[in-house]
Design a protein around this ligand. Structure first.
Ligand SMILES: [Zn+2]
Length: 76
């Protein structure tokens, strides 16, 4: 007598992303007259995950530590 295989329960996958806000502007022309885009970070960051986590835009220092985020997202 055989038993049917039992399917494992679905487990939510986390896809944690840390996003840094940036801003840009055309730079001044160089000696050849070419212009490059200048970019810089604003110091604002956010963490989002497909589980619904969203810290919103916060100052970098206000973001939970990487260790804390990792503990909440073991599959990230
Ligand atoms: Zn998550």
């Amino acid at each position: 007598m055989t038993t049917a295989p039992v399917e494992e329960p679905w487990v939510l996958d986390h896809q944690l992303h840390l996003l840094a806000q940036i801003e840009s502007r055309p730079g001044l022309p160089d000696a050849k007259g070419d212009r490059w885009m200048d970019r810089r970070t604003t110091g604002k960051v956010m963490a989002v995950c497909t589980c619904g986590l969203n810290t919103g835009l916060v100052d970098r220092g206000e973001l939970p530590s990487i260790e804390q985020l990792a503990a909440e997202h073991p599959r990230a």
